[in-house]
Design a binder for this molecule. Structure first.
Ligand SMILES: Cc1cc2nc3c(=O)[nH]c(=O)nc-3n(C[C@H](O)[C@H](O)[C@H](O)COP(=O)(O)OP(=O)(O)OC[C@H]3O[C@@H](n4cnc5c(N)ncnc54)[C@H](O)[C@@H]3O)c2cc1C
Length: 268
């Protein structure tokens, strides 16, 4: 239906980003195609070493999943920091990652985890890496008529450390700045490290340079400072009601410092 109706039609998932946009007349789709009627889009399952999450799985369902609590606890931590229970009962993971809003929390976490999005359209199915999906604010690699059907995430090794640190003005707010970290430690040194940043640029950010600086270190203060500076250097936040550019850049650094410390504490 989406492919036939053309560019003016939009998929509707939880409606908790799209309906507010329509109320503000920032989106005026001619048709809404409700994804809730497609049961194949729902659910969380293990497929070999991958965790596969259906696009219309709600944030509330992510929080309640025993499989995710064991294998991908960063998703539970992140979901609990999104909005409030009412939004999380309806808001979906697919809508959150496909929306393209730099304020959404899941995209940076997906970049951090090296997730891929399975998408489907009239031309068939394909996979897009989260790290290549975001091209500008509300602008993604999806072609007209394509939807995200599922998210594939390779489960990090047992004993990995993780943290999602989010600064917000009040409960329910989007991030002033936030940082996702997943790392593994070996004999007191960082063996692998991955970092994503939320709402400090037009797109979520993958802080690759900062990761390289940290691998092989014991997360000592001097190395963390160097990595934080590298992460801050790739940000370009907007000045808005959450603060001026310099403040939001520095808060990204503070969130990253805290996330690294907490991830290290949790790593076994
Ligand atoms: C008060 C409030 C506070 C919020 N705070 C936060 C927050 O702190 N952090 C955060 O991350 N989010 C926040 N949100 C947004 C919330 O998490 C949304 O529910 C979520 O971003 C979008 O998911 P949805 O299922 O509601 O999508 P919808 O609103 O239905 O859709 C959003 C967009 O994605 C498209 N879309 C939906 N599903 C798909 C799909 N499978 N494939 C392709 N395109 C699709 C739609 O066409 C639309 O353009 C907040 C929302 C509200 C109302």
């Amino acid at each position: 239906m989406l492919a036939d109706l053309g560019e003016d039609a939009r998929p509707l998932a939880g409606g908790h980003s799209l309906i507010p946009m329509m109320k503000l007349r920032l989106a005026t789709p001619s048709h809404l195609v409700d994804l809730a009627g497609v049961p194949e889009l729902k659910g969380i399952r293990q497929d070999g070493g991958d965790i596969v999450i259906g696009a219309t799985t709600t944030q509330h369902e992510l929080i309640g999943s025993a499989l995710l609590a064991d294998e991908l606890p960063i998703l539970r931590e992140t979901s609990l920091l999104i909005a409030d229970p009412q939004v999380r009962y309806l808001g979906t993971i697919g809508g959150n990652v496909a929306n393209g809003d730099p304020g959404n929390d899941m995209p940076a976490v997906m970049m951090c985890l090296g997730a891929t999005y399975q998408v489907a359209g009239k031309a068939g199915e394909r996979r897009i890496a989260a790290r290549e999906f975001y091209q500008g604010a509300y602008f993604t690699a999806l072609e007209p008529g394509e939807i995200v059907t599922a998210i594939h995430i390779k489960a990090p090794p047992a004993g990995h450390g993780w943290a999602y640190e989010k600064l917000k003005r009040k409960v329910g707010d989007y991030a002033t700045a936030a940082a996702a970290v997943v790392l593994t430690m070996d004999s007191g040194k960082v063996a692998t490290c991955s970092i994503g940043l939320t709402n400090v640029s037009e797109t979520p950010l993958w802080a690759e340079e900062a990761e390289k600086i940290l691998v092989g270190s014991a997360l000592d203060d001097a190395t963390v400072k160097k990595a934080v500076a590298a992460a801050e250097a790739i940000t370009s936040p907007a000045a808005d009601s959450r603060g001026p550019v310099h403040y939001r850049t520095k808060m990204a650094g503070v969130m990253l410092t805290r996330a690294l410390a907490r991830a290290k504490e949790r790593a076994r």
